[in-house]
Design a binder for this molecule. Structure first.
Ligand SMILES: [Zn+2]
Length: 224
């Protein structure tokens, strides 16, 4: 949940989703759930924080598989349409916005990071945190469903490979694909792909007891 993105619609949807996610995280924290924030590539921003230290200080735990970016796995999952794999911009514009460059520096400020949370973009560190606390059940929420959420070394594929009971919070995710005019239909397809091949999904209502999140422009939300 970076503070900015070169794709304007991506950045705007993170801004729209962040306040709801922050409320969900506050409710989860009250229940004693460990919150791990993973603004990838931005660890320098947090180097002096208690939450970053918590992740770095968790004792090393050896896993049976390597931590890495996990690409599409043809042994386990069926194909996604090419337009749902292709990123670069997910605006409803005839031509991609841009330019395609790294503009993020931190997590978006609307998501509070508490001292008792953890911050890491390392699969090994996340695994260390989970092992230290004997945590087997992992809820994944964030962006983007078809890329980081599935592929990062602490994403859904990796959590499945290390044997965790992973679940996707499907109202608090977004995809990053190029299919002008059909963004939310594509997002639903990708969520369906996750459900079919990787893990179950839930909504944030299960944590808060309140309404789940829906993007203002999402006209296909009724299918969720
Ligand atoms: Zn764009």
């Amino acid at each position: 949940m970076w503070n900015d993105h070169h794709c304007r619609s991506v950045a705007n949807r993170v801004v729209e989703m962040a306040p709801h996610m922050n409320k969900v995280l506050a409710a989860a924290r009250r229940e004693g759930i460990l919150i791990i924030h993973s603004p990838s590539g931005c660890m320098e921003t947090y180097k002096d924080t208690a939450a970053r230290a918590r992740a770095k200080d968790a004792p090393f735990a050896k896993a049976a598989v390597k931590f890495q970016w996990n690409y599409f796995n043809p042994d386990r999952e069926g194909p996604l349409a090419e337009k749902l794999e292709c990123a670069g911009c997910s605006c409803d514009l005839p031509e991609p916005c841009g330019p395609d460059k790294r503009v993020w520096t931190s997590q978006i400020a609307k998501i509070k990071i508490a001292d008792k949370d953890a911050i890491s973009d390392s699969g090994q560190e996340v695994y260390n945190l989970l092992t230290e606390r004997e945590i087997d059940n992992v809820i994944v929420m964030r962006v983007h469903t078809n890329r980081c959420v599935l592929g990062r070394p602490f994403g859904i594929r990796q959590m499945a490979y290390v044997g965790k009971n992973v679940v996707l919070c499907r109202d608090l995710t977004d995809s990053y694909h190029r299919d002008s005019g059909h963004h939310f239909a594509g997002l639903d397809t990708i969520i369906g792909h996750v459900e079919r091949y990787w893990c179950s999904t839930m909504t944030s209502s299960s944590i808060t007891g309140k309404s789940s999140f829906v993007f203002l422009n999402n006209k296909v939300a009724a299918t969720r």
